[in-house]
Design a protein around this ligand. Structure first.
Ligand code: ATP
Ligand code: MG
Length: 718
C-alpha cells in the first residue's frame, strides 16, 4: 500500500473519520473554522490515492473560483501530481463546462457567450423599452430579479400561470422576449447556465447516465448556501453508485436573499440518509473570539445547534470602537493596521469587512494616504469596469457579430452619430425580421433605407467591426485586442469626455487588458472542448465579473464585504459600520427571518478572525448622500461584556486628533502603551497638545486613569 500517512497527519479523529469514510454518503455539519474545507480537500486526495479513484471520477464544487483554484493547489501538493482531470469549480463554472461540451444537445451555439448581470440588466431594460412599457411600472432591476428567481426555480415562461393578473402577464412576456433575445444572440445568463444544464441532464437520459457513472465522488463545500436548482443538479449528477460528500454549516447560511435554501441540508439528510460527522474543534480563532462569536449566534433560535471549542490561547479581548463619524472610524482602523505593520506583520494578514460595497471607498482613500497597499475584493472588479466592458464588447462582436448585447453597448461608443432613434429603428426592424442587430444593420445599409447621416455613421461602425474581424485571421488574441483598442479609439473617447486622472486610469486598465490577452493561456479543458482562445478568454472574463472576485492577493490589506469573506481567514479582522440600519441592514430589520440571516453574517465575519478582532461603529455617517445617526448594532450589544474592551474617544475628536497631525509624540487613540506602575493599557482619550496633554488610559489591570502626558513616561508597545 502507498504511504498515505501524510494524508491523515494533522487531522483530528472526527476529521479522519470523515476523510476515510467507506461507502456511505457523508454530511459534515460543523461550525466555522473546524476544518470542513480541509477535510474535503483531504477526502479528494484520499479517494485518489487510497481508493484508487480516477481523477476523472471526482467532481468538487466550491463557492468561488478562488476557492476552487486553492483547492486544486492543495490537492496537488498533497498528492504531488498534477490534477488537470479533476473537475473542481463553482456551480457556474462546472455548468459552463458541460454546456460547452454538449452545446448542440443543450440547444446552444458552442461559442455562446455569458451575459453578466450588468449586461443582463441592460438587455432587460432594452426589452422593456422595445415593448413600450413604462419603466416606472416595470423597473428593470425588479424584472431582472423576477426572471432570475423564476430561472432559479427552474421555471420557464410557459410554466408561469398568471391567473389573469395583467401585471404578471406582462412580466412573463418580458421574460419570454428577453429569453428570445438571448437565444438570438447566443447569450447565456448566470441562472441560465444552471437551468440549461439541469434541463440537459434531465431530458437526455444518455448524458445523465454518462455523468452519473462518471462521477463516483461528488463533493460540495458550503452546502448551506445552495439553491433549489443547484440541489436538483446535484441529485441529477449523482447516480446510484456515486458517493456524495457534503460539508456545511447552517449558522453560515447567508445567501437566503438570493434564493439559497438552508433547508437543503435537511433535504439531503432525508434524501440520502448520509452518515453525519460533526467537527467541534475550532482551529482558527482564539478562545475569546470563538466564545464571542458563539454567544452572538446563540441569539438565533432557528439553529441546528452544535458545540465549538478550541484549545487555543485565550487571546486579546474583542475591541469595540465608537467613532464620531465614518472618517474617524477609517482613521482608527488605518492606525491599527499601521501598528500591525510596524510590529513586523504582513498587510495580507488583515481583513477589513463591511456590510455594503459603498463603505469601501473611505478605507481605500485612507489606505492610499497612508501608503498601505490594499485590494478591494468585490465592488467593481476589473472585468466590470466600463472601459473594459466596452473593449470586450468589441471583442465579443469580432467573435460573434450576432451578439446583440455587445452591439448595443458599443454601436455609439465612441460617439459616431448613431442616435437613440436610429438604434430604436434598428431594434424594431431586427425584431420584425427576427434578425440580429448586426444582420439587420447590414441589410438596412445595403437597401439604403436609412437616412443619409445615420447610414454613414452606421456604415463606419459596421466597417470597423468587419475590418477587425478580418484582421483577426492574421493575428492572435493579444494582437486583435491591441488593434481593437487602437482602431476603435476608445482611449481618445475617454480623454475627450473625462478628467485626465480618470482617463489615465482607464488607459492603464486597457493596457492591462491587452497584457491579459497576450498572456492568456487557455485551459486544457477549454481546448478539448474546441473553444478558441478568444472564446475561452471571454468566458473567463464573464465568469470572473460575476463572481466579484479580487485579482492578486499578494501583500495587500484585503477589503471586502462580509458576504465575500465566507470561507476565508485573517489574523487581524475589522468589522466596520456596526450600526443598526447598516448592519443589520435596514431591510432585514423589517423582514422576518432576514434578521437571523444578518446575525449569521455577523457570525461569519467574527469567525474569520484568528488573533485579533475589532468592531467599530460611527455615531454619524454619510452614506448614499444622507447623514445617518445610527445606534450601535444590536450585534455589538450581544457580545459578552467580559470579552470586550471598549475604546471610546470623547466627542471632541478634532482636539483629540490634532496631536497626531503635529506629530509631537502623543500616542494615538486606541494604541497600546506601558506605564511603569500601572502596566499595559489602551489609550481612550487624548485632550490638548504636547506635554500638557491629558490622556485617559484604560489599564488592563489598574482600570481607567487620567494622566498628564509630560509626566506619565509612557512607552508605546505593539
Ligand atoms: P469555514 O466554516 O469558515 O469555511 P472550515 O470549517 O472550512 O471553516 P478550514 O478553513 O478548513 O475550516 O480550517 C480552518 C483553519 O484551521 C485552517 O487554517 C486549517 O488549516 C486549520 N485546521 C483545520 N483542521 C486542523 C487540524 N486538525 N490541525 C491543525 N489545523 C487545522
Ligand atoms: Mg470552509
Amino acid at each position: 500500500m502507498d504511504d498515505v500517512s501524510h494524508l491523515l497527519d494533522e487531522l483530528n479523529d472526527a476529521q479522519r473519520e470523515a476523510v476515510t469514510m467507506g461507502s456511505n454518503h457523508c454530511l459534515v455539519l460543523a461550525g466555522a473554522g473546524s476544518g470542513k474545507t480541509r477535510v474535503l480537500v483531504h477526502r479528494i486526495a484520499w479517494a485518489i490515492q487510497v481508493q484508487h479513484a480516477s481523477p476523472l471520477s471526482i467532481l468538487a464544487v466550491t463557492f468561488t473560483n478562488k476557492a476552487a483554484s486553492e483547492m486544486r493547489g492543495r490537492v496537488e501538493s498533497l498528492l504531488q501530481i498534477p490534477t488537470s482531470g479533476l473537475w473542481i469549480g463553482t456551480f457556474h463554472g462546472i455548468c459552463n463546462r458541460m454546456l460547452r461540451l454538449h452545446a448542440s444537445e443543450a440547444g446552444l451555439n458552442p461559442t455562446f457567450q455569458i451575459l453578466d448581470s450588468d449586461d443582463q440588466f441592460r438587455l432587460i431594460r432594452r426589452t422593456i423599452r422595445e415593448m413600450q412599457l413604462d419603466e416606472g411600472e416595470f423597473p428593470p432591476r425588479q424584472v431582472q430579479g423576477f426572471i432570475n428567481a423564476r430561472k432559479d426555480d427552474g421555471v420557464r415562461p410557459d410554466h408561469i400561470e398568471h391567473h389573469g393578473n395583467p401585471l404578471t402577464e406582462q412580466m412573463v412576456e418580458i421574460y419570454r422576449r428577453y429569453q428570445a433575445a438571448c437565444e438570438r444572440s447566443s447569450l447565456v445568463d448566470f441562472a441560465e447556465l444552471l437551468l440549461r444544464t439541469l434541463e440537459l441532464l434531465r431530458d437526455n437520459p444518455t448524458r445523465q447516465a454518462h455523468y452519473q457513472q462518471r462521477f463516483a465522488h461528488v463533493m460540495i463545500d458550503e452546502f448551506q448556501d445552495t439553491n433549489s436548482l443547484q440541489y436538483a443538479l446535484v441529485r441529477l449528477l449523482c447516480g446510484s453508485d456515486s458517493q456524495l460528500f457534503v460539508v456545511g454549516d447552517d449558522d453560515q447560511s447567508i445567501y437566503g436573499w438570493r434564493g439559497a435554501k438552508v433547508e437543503n441540508v435537511q433535504h439531503f439528510v432525508d434524501d440520502y440518509k448520509p452518515q453525519v460527522v460533526r467537527l467541534e474543534q475550532n482551529y482558527r480563532s482564539t478562545a475569546t473570539i470563538l466564545e464571542a462569536a458563539n454567544r452572538v449566534i446563540d441569539h438565533n433560535d432557528d439553529r441546528m445547534g452544535k458545540n465549538l471549542w478550541t484549545d487555543g490561547e485565550q487571546g486579546d479581548p474583542v475591541r469595540v470602537f465608537s467613532a464620531y463619524n465614518e472618517d474617524e472610524e477609517a482613521e482608527f482602523i488605518i492606525g491599527r493596521i499601521q501598528d500591525w505593520l510596524d510590529s513586523g506583520r504582513n498587510p495580507s494578514e488583515v481583513g477589513v469587512l463591511y456590510r455594503s460595497n459603498a463603505q469601501s471607498r473611505l478605507f481605500e482613500q485612507a489606505l492610499l494616504r497612508a501608503d498601505i497597499p490594499y485590494r478591494v475584493y468585490g465592488g467593481l472588479r476589473f472585468f466590470e469596469r466600463a472601459e473594459i466592458k466596452d473593449a470586450l464588447a468589441y471583442l465579443r462582436l469580432v467573435h460573434n457579430p450576432l451578439d446583440d448585447a455587445a452591439f448595443e453597448r458599443v454601436v455609439n461608443v465612441p460617439a459616431r452619430g448613431i442616435g437613440e432613434r436610429t438604434v430604436a429603428h434598428l431594434r424594431e426592424a431586427a425584431r420584425a425580421s427576427n434578425q440580429s442587430l448586426w444582420d439587420c444593420s447590414r441589410h438596412q445599409l445595403a437597401s439604403g433605407s436609412l437616412p443619409g447621416r445615420a447610414r454613414n455613421a452606421l456604415g463606419v461602425f459596421v466597417d470597423l467591426v468587419a475590418g477587425l474581424k478580418q484582421q483577426h485571421d492574421e493575428t492572435d488574441l493579444g494582437g486583435i485586442m491591441h488593434r481593437i483598442i487602437e482602431q476603435t479609439e476608445l482611449i481618445q473617447h475617454y480623454r475627450a469626455r473625462e478628467t485626465s486622472d480618470r482617463a489615465e486610469a482607464r488607459q492603464e486598465n486597457l493596457d492591462e487588458l491587452i497584457r491579459a490577452t497576450e498572456n492568456y493561456e487557455q485551459s486544457i479543458e477549454d481546448e478539448q472542448a474546441g473553444l478558441s482562445p478568444m472564446a475561452s478568454f471571454l468566458t473567463q472574463a464573464a465568469l470572473e465579473a460575476g463572481e466579484h472576485q479580487g485579482e492578486k492577493w499578494q501583500d495587500c490589506v484585503q477589503l471586502m464585504t462580509l458576504h465575500s469573506a465566507k470561507g476565508l481567514e485573517f489574523p487581524l479582522v475589522f468589522m466596520a459600520g456596526m450600526e443598526e440600519g447598516l448592519f443589520p441592514h435596514q431591510k432585514s430589520v423589517e423582514e422576518p427571518g432576514r434578521l437571523s440571516e444578518e446575525r449569521r453574517l455577523a457570525y461569519v465575519g467574527m469567525t474569520r478572525a484568528m488573533e485579533l478582532l475589532f468592531l467599530s461603529y460611527a455615531e454619524s455617517r454619510r452614506l448614499h448622500g444622507q447623514t445617518l445617526f445610527g445606534r450601535p448594532s444590536r450585534f455589538v450589544s450581544e457580545l459578552p461584556p467580559a470579552l470586550v474592551e471598549d475604546i471610546r474617544p470623547r466627542l471632541q475628536v478634532s482636539t483629540a486628533r490634532a496631536p497626531r497631525q503635529t506629530n509631537d509624540g502623543l500616542p494615538n487613540l486606541g494604541s497600546r502603551v506601558r506605564h511603569a506602575k500601572f502596566g499595559d493599557g489602551t489609550v481612550l482619550t487624548v485632550e490638548g497638545q504636547g506635554d500638557n496633554a491629558r490622556i485617559q488610559i484604560n489599564f488592563d489591570d489598574a482600570g481607567s486613569k487620567w494622566l498628564v502626558f509630560g509626566y506619565a513616561a509612557l512607552d508605546r508597545i505593539a
